[in-house]
Every structure is written in C-alpha cells, then in structure tokens.
Design a protein around this ligand. Structure first.
Ligand code: BES
Ligand code: ZN
Length: 592
C-alpha cells in the first residue's frame, strides 16, 4: 500500500479511475443531492479499491454484469472523512455507486431565496477545493488521480445548472424537472469538479467567453468583465493557446467564500468584484491564469499548493503588466506584500505553515491556507525570472507547461525540471530557503516604483501630520487608494477616521478591497459611525478574505467585540460552512 497524498485514502497500488459518469438529482427541499456515479477504469481489474467519502450515505455499489458487490466504510476521520473500500470482482471495468450527500456536505452551500439577488428561487453552489469533492461524490479525491467526466443534472424547472464542463444539451422532463448534460473531456483533478444551480442568465462577451449571473446582476457583470477576451489573448501570448475551449464565468451570490475559483470552463467569482469601475478584474486575470498554472499543470497534493498559487500570482501580475503597465504591476506586488506580512504574523507560532513545500499529514488544508503559498511562491518564481532574464524564463515556463500538461506534479519534480533546464538557477536564488525554511528570505525580490514609493512615504507621514492633497485625492485610482490605506498605521484615532471618511467618501465605496480595508481601520479605532456599514458588509458578504480581518479588527475593544459577536450570531446561518469556521476561530481568539 502506498498513499502518496496525506489528504486522501487513494492507494497508488490500485488503478485510477479515468472517467466519471455522474447523475445528480438536486433536491432543494431536502438540501441533498441524490447521486449515481460510475467510475470507469478503462481496463479490467479486481481487488480492493479505496475511495474518499465524507458524510455520504452509500446506498448500493454494483459492477455492471455482476450485480451488487461488497463494500465497507472505514472510521470517520475529522479531516479525511471515511474510506470507502470496494471489493471489486475479477474483470471489472467500472463500478456504479448510488449515494446521497449528507446534510453537512462542506462542498455544497444551499441558499434560501432571500440569500440571492432575485430573492425568488433557491440556489446551490459547490466549492470542492481543497478536499471537499468527497462530500459531493465518492471518488479518488486527490489531484494525482485525474478524471474526465460527464454529468446529467436534474433540477427544478425554471432553474439552470452549470458545471466545470461544456454543456451538451438540456431538456424538460415534463414532471416539473429539467435535466442538463455536461462533458469535460480533459482529465482534471477532483477539486475542479463544480456545480451551481440557480436562476441564471448569461451574456456573451466574446466568441469563447460568456458570463452567467442572476438576471438582476448579469448586465453589470457583463460590463465589469467585458475585457476578458483581451486578457485571454494576452495570456495566450505569454503561455500558449488556451487549452480548455471556452472561458465562461459565473458570478455567485455574496456568500461565496472565495474571491474566485478556477473551475475549468466556468470560473466562479464573488459578486464583490462588481465594483462598477472594473477595478477588481485582477481576480479574473488570476483565475484565467490558472487555466495553465493549476488546471493544466496541477499540484500533486496540497503539500505542493504553491505550484498552483505561486505560479498563478506571478502569471496574473505578468498579464496585468502587459495590460496596464509597470506601475499597476508594482501596486499588485505591494498589495501582495501586505497579505504576505499579515499571513506571516498569523502563523508566527506555526512556522511549519510558512514554508512552500509543506508537510500536512494530520493537518486540515483549509487550516493551512494563507497568502504564503501565493506570495512567497510568486516571489520565488519572480526571483528565478530575474535570475535568468525574462525571455529565457518565459521559454522555460512554456517548456514546463508542455512537459507536464494534464499532469499533477510535486515540488521535487518541478525542481528537477528547473535544474535540468536552468542549471544553477535554483541555487542562485536560494530556492531551498523559500521551499523549506519559514519566513521570507532576505534576498527576496523587492518590487518598487516611483508611484509606490510616493504612496508609502505619504502613508508613513500620517502620524506626523502628512495628508494627501486635494489633487491626489481626486486623481488616485482605486489601486492607489487601496495601497495607501494598507500602508496607514493600523491604530488610527477617531479624528483620523473622520478625516479619511470625509475626504475619500469611504463608507459608500463599491470596491470591496477599499471598503473592507477602511472598515477594518475603523473597527480597530472603535469608530462608531462605521458600525452600520460593518454590520451590513458582514451580514451580506461571506468572502473569507474580508471576514477574517474585519472580525479580527473588531477584537480590539469590549464594545466592538460585543458588536462582532452579535453580528455573527445573526449572520452565521447565512455563511458558508468554511466561512463560519474561520470566523469562529477569530472570535475564539478574542478572549485568549
Ligand atoms: N484556487 C483559489 C481559491 C481556493 C484556494 C479555494 C484554496 C479553496 C482552497 C483561487 O484561485 C484563488 O486564489 N482565489 C483568490 C483570488 C486572488 C488571489 C486574486 C481569492 O479567492 O481571493
Ligand atoms: Zn488561485
């Protein structure tokens, strides 16, 4: 027996499923999916087969032509869930499992109509990364076992289903239900399985890109993301032909716990990106970049997550630089630096979570999640780029993507490839310090620009009375204001808050990066005029990136702590399970 992924029961001595055929019936009343999955192996085999499940109710397991076969569920591990061991008879090519999802399926959030924009129909979405696919489908839930899939999804008439796959048709069943069919012909890791069901409409953005959203938001979504084809073209010029046919996007309800999720052919996005001024499209650049780094070349397990995210952050900023220039890219790196420092501070007592090549046996990958694989990873990639020069590095990246297309690899595989193609470069940038040592190497690249230096200086002069001029206030783009706010002292006075709010009109901002940065400062200052807006944001938005700092900043005074507990009590039924867990841990740290 050999289990190569500490977060899966997958046994490398057993065959991998090559394709899944899914039949999913979405039951909004019971908040469950009735599922049938056929795991196709593409060749005959027999013996034990270990699958991942979590909270699933297994009903029957069969082999076509043979009938029911024996199976057994192992003990429930709080992180991994339960191993489902099948006893596969000789000459089997596929197994068929009938099952039902559990009430607590972490991959699924079932929304009441009131939690949607239209408020008339329920909504369901999935989020399988890191290891939640097993709460939706019994499978080898590790990126090592890549699968193609096809699916048939039955939903109530009037609702639309989308998946991380191409649509292949739909029809009314005449009994109040509607079936949607999908096919994903390319092999993907299980964490990229994705489904959403709701009242959805779409708008075409280019011959290969459209955006889906509720009817109430689809027009503003189409406006916000109108530039996506331009981004795809820029990304193709850097990394080669777009490998997934279509690039469609879905704007979710506000409880979606992430900013974006790179589900192939259907990127999922938080509606907090709809700032009304296209100022947050860097998240689209990021998810699009995952089409190459992450979805095409995939981390072999969460221990190598930096291969997905570090490369993607680097790629995202490369795309932004070609689109918007060096100043914009430098601001992006500065925002990343702030996120990196916050994460390093959060993990100051857990230095093993600040290395890139992680060791996560017994650790929940959602607990290990931070900006470190993103930003420390991107800095290692940028250091290599600076070491060998941009052109040579881009050729290397293309070779890398060719060599490992549609495979899932480890840090060690990346390093041997890099050593073969760019001899000496890893050592020259001291890669081991990034990969195996906590914190940041002192030699890490610094990203500067005159514009960024100006903003930094101005923010640092705040306590001494330095203030932006009226002309600066009027001319700053959203990214400049965001970086400026990030660089202000964390503890402001009430008068400071009032000055900022008045001069920058912060309370009414639609750009949630700016709004939340401001509300975080206001919360830390116990600035009462911001309380209603803090309550509004925390009650509506489930994006963990915002919940963590905002609830964290409310921990500073007894009054704001009480406010936080009261808001959480009212808002938590509407939060995604992941978001609820994050906020609970923040609130628990208050009293300590
Ligand atoms: N793949 C991630 C989201 C994710 C990570 C989901 C880990 C579950 C577990 C996605 O590509 C991402 O990084 N999103 C960021 C966007 C940002 C870095 C531009 C986010 O959600 O904030
Ligand atoms: Zn990402």
């Amino acid at each position: 027996m050999h289990r190569p992924d500490p977060h899966s029961y997958y046994d490398a001595a057993q065959p991998k499923a090559r394709r899944l055929r899914l039949k999913l019936a979405v039951d909004f009343k019971a908040k469950r999916i009735e599922g049938e999955v056929v795991l196709e192996f593409g060749k005959a085999f027999s013996g034990p087969l270990d699958l991942d499940t979590k909270g699933l109710e297994i009903r029957t397991v069969q082999v076509p032509g043979h009938g029911p076969i024996a199976w057994e569920l192992g003990e429930a591990d709080p992180i991994l869930g339960q191993r489902l061991r099948l006893d596969v008879p000789p000459d089997s090519q596929e197994v068929v499992i009938n099952y039902r999802t559990g009430a607590e399926a972490m991959a699924l959030q079932w929304l009441e109509p009131e939690q949607t924009e239209g408020k008339v129909a329920p909504y369901l979405f999935s989020q399988c990364q890191q290891i939640h696919a097993r709460t939706m489908v019994p499978c080898q839930d590790t990126p090592i076992a890549r699968i193609a899939y096809q699916a048939e999804v039955t939903v109530p008439e009037g609702l639309t289903a989308v998946m991380s796959a191409g649509p292949t048709g739909d029809e009314a069943l005449g009994n109040g239900s509607h079936v949607y069919r999908f096919s994903m012909p390319q092999p993907i890791p299980s964490y990229l399985l994705a489904l959403a069901v709701g009242r959805l409409e779409s708008r075409e953005l280019s011959p290969r890109a459209r955006v889906w959203a509720e009817p109430e938001t689809v027009a503003s979504a189409a406006w916000e993301f109108a530039g996506v084809e331009d981004m795809i073209l820029k990304a193709e010029a850097l990394f080669g032909a777009y490998p997934w046919d279509r690039y469609d996007m879905l704007v979710l309800p506000p409880s979606f716990p992430y900013g974006g999720m790179e589900n192939p052919r259907m990127t999922f996005l938080t509606p907090t990106l709809l700032a009304g001024d296209r100022s947050l499209v860097d998240v689209v650049a990021h998810e699009l970049a995952h089409s190459w780094t992450g979805n095409l070349v995939t981390n072999a397990s969460m221990e190598h997550f930096w291969l997905n995210e570090g490369f993607t952050v680097w790629a995202e900023r490369r795309i932004l630089r070609t689109l918007h220039g060096d100043d914009a890219a430098a601001l992006g790196w500065a925002m990343g630096q702030k996120a990196l420092e916050d994460s390093l501070a959060r993990f100051k007592n857990e230095p093993h979570l600040t290395v890139l090549r992680m060791h996560l046996e017994g650790i929940d990958p959602d607990d290990a999640f931070s900006s470190i694989p993103y930003e420390k990873g991107a800095r290692l990639v940028a250091a290599l780029e600076q070491e060998v020069g941009e052109d040579r590095f881009l050729r290397f990246i293309r070779d890398y993507m060719d060599a490992f297309r549609f495979t899932s690899i480890t840090t060690e595989q990346f390093c041997s490839f890099a050593e073969a193609k760019l001899p000496g470069a890893l050592e020259a940038v001291n890669a081991r310090a990034y990969l195996d040592q906590p914190g940041m190497p002192v030699t890490a690249p610094a990203f500067r620009s005159a514009q960024l230096d100006g903003l930094t200086k101005l923010a640092e002069s705040w306590v001494a009375g330095g203030r932006p001029s009226a002309q600066q206030i009027a001319s700053w783009k959203p990214a400049e204001l965001q970086v400026y706010l990030q660089k202000l002292p964390r503890q402001l006075t009430l008068a400071d808050c009032a000055w900022l709010d008045e001069h920058f009109q912060l309370m009414g901002r639609g750009n949630h990066e700016i709004l939340v940065e401001w509300l975080t400062l206001a919360a830390a200052a116990d600035y009462e005029p911001a309380f209603p807006r803090i309550r509004e944001v925390l009650s509506r938005v489930g994006r963990m990136k915002y919940l963590r700092p905002l609830y964290g900043a409310l921990g500073g005074s007894p009054r704001t702590r009480a406010l936080a507990r009261e808001i959480f009590a009212a808002a938590s039924p509407g939060y995604h399970g992941l978001s609820r867990r994050v906020v609970q841990s923040v609130l628990e740290a208050y009293s300590a």
